[in-house]
Structure formats: structure tokens, C-alpha cells
Ligand binder design. Structure first.
Ligand SMILES: *[C@@H]1O[C@H](CO)[C@@H](O)[C@H](O)[C@H]1NC(C)=O
Ligand SMILES: *[C@@H]1O[C@H](CO)[C@@H](O)[C@H](O)[C@H]1NC(C)=O
Ligand SMILES: *[C@@H]1O[C@H](CO)[C@@H](O)[C@H](O)[C@H]1NC(C)=O
Ligand SMILES: *[C@@H]1O[C@H](CO)[C@@H](O)[C@H](O)[C@H]1NC(C)=O
Length: 501
């Protein structure tokens, strides 16, 4: 605070004054807090009616500050779950002069600088298995040995809790920042909650510190009695294709988004679904473009803006793709992972359905990229460029050789335990990369978060070189654009005709 006000300068008097002011405010705050906690403690003893307040609110007062916020379940946990997860600090020791004259120094840890676990989702993956997806302190995972354990507490009276080891998978290839993505797989030796008893899945997350092995008990999942439908685990899925998008942020172009969604609903067909994660990129004009498709049931929009509080890689994209995998694991035959500036393509006489059928022996296949220029257009298109779709006018393909380019991928989710952005390393079954002849994607890098006209370099030849990169004309998507436009009008009418870049 002092730093903000005096810009980091060293006026000592001002600084002291500020500290004094702060101290007064702090006192007030602390008093208020004590009163609040007293009220909360008192409320606790009132008879619990259909509570408008939840125990989790009270936990704020019962536990010390640095413990992570409790997860959302709206039920009242049994008293044992309310045990303080952070024990009071051990008694302070002083430095000590050893008999041999050496001064033995002591170290006094206070507080916690990163959360032990931040849960995003917890999902059942069968009668005896669960996946819990979250973030955790990256240095803790890279330089120490945190451990996980799961407990299932049945709602049936007089049954004892069963436990299972939590098998953790780190899925972000070391890209994490303060936080890294953790998928915990807990598989019990027997079915749990299968007879409709309902129950609670508790995740125990231990830091593994030698002297103060802190364990947080987290209510990861709550299953009300009778709520479990076991048929989903062996029935055919609802969708043939599901798209899991990574975090969207920035000033996205509504028109580019409009093209992308119309193109891919047509491409993947009526039994497809698109899960889009809004990390701040879905502003009102983009929402307008998605709305018609949401109304038809093709698109689910998830607001994940709160993840910004937790510093992970690229708006926590590795977190959301894992949440999406486990959330929709039993709802789709295939899940695709790629971005909204990328357009899937299969050669003529193929369909996406025939392609995945030919690859059905694989759990995972990766897809080759065709990089496209984000600014070269034909000069003959220049005059009416603003009326043309991006895939109609950006028709120059980067053909520079010898560059390793990212791939994107698709999986059969029932055989996947955790995943990444460019491929999954945690699968059961085979992966193939030999798919060039069957499926590719066109990548218009840098077009999706650009609200201005992309045609900035005009040429009148079918080959050109720009910034040492050779380009050739490729009209593959241009030749499909007309059909995509017709499909859009046929499916949602004319409501997006006035969409702007
Ligand atoms: C957890 O791992 C087991 C063993 O690899 C696997 O069979 C199970 O499907 C996994 N569970 C989830 C929810 O991914
Ligand atoms: C549960 O166990 C207690 C004592 O262990 C017993 O008194 C009670 O009747 C049992 N309840 C049921 C529903 O079996
Ligand atoms: C920390 O506590 C957990 C849970 O009680 C236990 O499984 C783990 O072995 C402990 N780790 C250490 C280093 O003591
Ligand atoms: C092609 O473009 C160049 C420069 O942009 C111009 O000088 C030339 O006249 C053009 N040729 C035709 C046929 O339009």
C-alpha cells in the first residue's frame, strides 16, 4: 500500500504515517472480524434449518487464514471434516550454541505462499474410480513429495469409510508457473456408492513436509443417495464428437468466431457439441455470435474467469482441457482439442466420420498443421475484403520447409486418464501420428484476437515471399466457404449477417 502511494520512493515520514494509518484501519478490521466470527460461531449453535448460510462460510472463521477456500458442495459435512487442517505452529525454538561452539540456527516458517490444492472438478469415471482435477503449488510438486489419498464415506449408516491411494499426474509439461496442474486418480478396490447409497469423496492432500506434514481434507465430490446412474459407463455416448476448447481471452473478433463455429458445426455434424471456456475473451459481441448455436444445443459456454487468480500456464489452459476431458468422458466417442483459429479439414470423398472410423483402433491420433498467412490476400479481393470471410480471403499457405510445427489431436476419452494441449501422455492404448492423408487443420495464427481488417499485404500472383517465408496460394477453404455460409443461414437464419470483424 505504502509502495503504491509514494511510488516506491523513500519518504520516511510519509511511510511511517501510512503505516500508522494502516495500523488503525487494521485494528478496526480485526475487531470487525472478531465480532463476525463470534456471530458465526453463535449461529452455528442455532438449529440448522434449510440453511441459507453454509458451513463453508463458517469455516472461514474456524480455520486459520491461509487454508484454501472449501469447494462448493452445498451439504453439511460431518464434524470430522471440520477438523482444522492446519495445526498451530510448533513452539518457537531459539538459536542454540552447541557444545562444540557451533551456532545452530533455526528457521521459522509462517503462513503459506501458494495453495496446497485448488479444485476445479471431481468426476466419477466408473463404479470404483474418480478423477479430481486441480492446481497445486508447482515448487511443491517439483521439489518435494506431496501425496494424495482418497476416502469414500457412504451415506448408509454404520458403514466404514474406505480409502484408496491417489495417483497424481502432472500434465502441463513443466509449463506451470506458481501453480501446476494435477489430476488425481483414485481407484478403490471395490465399487463405492453403487447401490444408490450416496456418499462423499474426500481428497486428502498432504504436503509431505518432514516436520509439519500438513494434510488438507477436501470434500471433492458429494453424491446424494439415489443420484448415481451407472448405465452411462457402458452405454453408447450421446455425441460422436465433442470439442474441448482451451481458455479464450483477449479482444476476440466476433466475425472470426462466427466463421469458426458455423464451419465446425457443419464439419462435425448434428451429433457434435462444443465446450468453450471463457477466460475473459467472450465479450458481448462474441456472445451474440455464439448464442444461436447455444440455443440449438451445440455450444456450452463455461465462465472460468475466476481462474485468473491462480497463476498457471496461459490462463490455465491445461487445467480446463483436463476438466473438460473428465466432465464429458462418457458423453462423446471422440474429443478434439484445438483452437478457435484452427479449421479441421478432411479431403474430398471423406467425412470426419469415415476418418475416425478408419482410426478407431487408436486411442489417440494427432493432426498435422497447415500454417496460413494472417495478412496476405489477393489484390483482386481487396475492394470487398471487408465483406469476405477470413477463410475466403486469407488463402496463402506458409510452405517454409524444415520447421517443426505444433500438432493438435483427438482421443477416445474413455481410454484417457489425463491430457495436454498438443497430445496426451496418459492413455491406455495406441497413438498414431500418420494421419496426413486423412485429416489436417488450417491454422490462421493471430487472426482471432485481431479486430481490424486482416488483408494487409496484397499480391496478384499465386506465389509470394514475405519476411523470408515462401507462400503459395491454397484455395481449399475458400472453395468451401460458400457452403458454410449457406449452412449457417439454413441452420440459424440471418441473425448474424451484420457481424463485424
Ligand atoms: C484411474 O486409473 C485407472 C487405472 O489406470 C483407470 O482404469 C481409471 O479409468 C482411471 N479413472 C479415471 C476417472 O480416469
Ligand atoms: C449402528 O450401530 C450402532 C452401534 O454400533 C447401533 O446402535 C445402531 O442400531 C446401528 N444402526 C443401524 C441402522 O444398523
Ligand atoms: C504425510 O501424511 C500423509 C497422510 O497422513 C501420509 O500418507 C504421508 O506418508 C506423510 N508424509 C510424510 C513425509 O510424513
Ligand atoms: C500486380 O501487382 C504489382 C504490384 O503490386 C503491380 O505492379 C502490377 O501491375 C500488378 N499486375 C496486375 C496484372 O494486376
Amino acid at each position: 500500500m505504502a509502495k503504491d502511494k509514494d511510488g516506491g520512493g523513500g519518504d520516511k515520514k510519509l511511510f511511517v504515517g501510512l503505516v500508522w494509518n494502516c495500523a488503525a484501519e487494521l485494528k478496526l478490521l480485526l475487531t470487525a472480524l472478531v465480532v463476525l466470527c463470534a456471530i458465526a460461531t453463535f449461529i452455528q449453535f442455532l438449529p440448522a434449518r434449510s440453511s441459507s448460510y453454509s458451513i463453508s462460510d463458517l469455516r472461514f472463521c474456524l480455520t486459520s487464514f491461509p487454508t484454501p477456500p472449501p469447494p462448493p458442495p452445498s451439504y453439511l459435512p460431518s464434524p470430522s471434516l471440520l477438523l482444522l487442517s492446519t495445526p498451530p505452529p510448533t513452539q518457537q525454538r531459539d538459536d542454540e550454541v552447541l557444545p562444540n561452539g557451533v551456532i545452530k540456527r533455526t528457521f521459522h516458517p509462517y503462513g503459506a505462499a501458494a495453495y496446497n490444492f485448488i479444485q476445479m472438478g471431481a468426476y466419477r469415471g466408473g463404479l470404483n474410480t474418480f478423477a479430481i482435477i486441480g492446481l497445486s503449488s508447482k515448487p511443491l510438486h517439483y521439489f518435494a513429495s506431496p501425496t494424495y489419498r482418497c476416502e469414500w464415506r457412504s451415506h448408509r449408516p454404520n458403514t466404514t469409510a474406505v480409502t484408496a491411494a491417489g495417483n497424481k499426474m502432472l500434465t502441463d509439461w513443466g509449463y506451470g508457473r506458481v501453480y501446476t496442474v494435477v489430476v488425481v486418480n483414485c481407484t478403490f478396490s471395490e465399487p463405492v456408492g453403487a447401490q444408490g447409497s450416496g456418499g462423499t469423496l474426500v481428497l486428502e492432500a498432504s504436503t509431505g513436509d518432514r516436520d509439519r506434514n500438513l494434510t488438507d481434507r477436501i470434500q471433492a465430490l458429494e453424491e446424494p443417495p439415489g443420484s448415481l446412474d451407472t448405465s452411462v459407463y457402458d452405454s453408447p455416448p450421446k455425441y460422436d464428437f465433442l470439442y474441448c476448447g482451451s481458455s479464450l481471452y483477449g479482444n476476440l473478433s466476433p466475425q472470426r468466431m462466427r466463421e469458426w463455429i458455423a464451419y465446425h458445426v457443419r464439419f462435425f455434424g448434428p451429433k457434435s457439441h462444443f465446450v468453450i471456456h471463457d477466460a475473459g475473451g467472450i465479450h458481448p459481441d462474441v456472445l451474440e455470435v455464439l448464442k444461436p448455436w447455444m440455443e440449438l444445443g451445440f455450444v456450452t459456454l463455461q465462465d472460468i474467469r475466476e481462474q485468473e487468480r491462480f497463476d498457471g500456464y496461459y490462463h490455465n489452459q491445461f487445467l480446463v482441457v483436463n476438466d473438460c476431458l473428465h466432465r464429458y468422458k462418457f458423453m462423446a466417442k471422440w474429443i478434439f482439442f484445438f483452437d478457435v483459429d484452427e479449421f479441421m479439414y478432411v479431403p474430398p470423398k471423406n467425412t470426419i466420420k469415415s476418418v475416425v472410423e478408419s482410426l478407431s483402433e487408436y486411442t489417440q491420433f494427432t493432426i498435422e498443421q497447415m500454417p496460413m498467412s494472417n495478412k496476405i490476400c489477393l489484390s483482386s479481393d481487396a475492394r470487398y475484403a471487408y465483406r469476405k470471410w477470413g477463410i475466403e480471403k486469407l488463402i496463402f499457405k506458409d510452405v517454409k520447409k524444415g520447421i517443426r510445427r505444433d500438432r493438435k489431436y483427438a482421443i477416445q476419452p474413455r481410454n484417457v486418464l489425463a491430457n495436454g494441449v498438443h497430445m496426451s501422455q496418459h492413455i491406455v492404448g495406441k497413438t498414431t501420428h500418420k494421419t496426413e492423408q486423412r485429416i489436417k487443420y488450417f491454422h490462421f495464427h493471430g487472426t482471432i484476437a485481431d479486430r481490424s481488417e486482416p488483408c494487409r499485404v496484397l499480391v496478384n500472383t499465386s506465389k509470394t515471399t514475405l519476411e523470408d517465408t515462401p507462400y503459395v496460394m491454397d484455395t481449399t477453404l475458400r472453395s468451401i466457404a460458400g457452403n458454410v455460409k449457406k449452412f449457417e443461414i439454413k441452420t440459424i437464419g440471418h441473425r448474424l449477417q451484420k457481424t463485424r470483424q
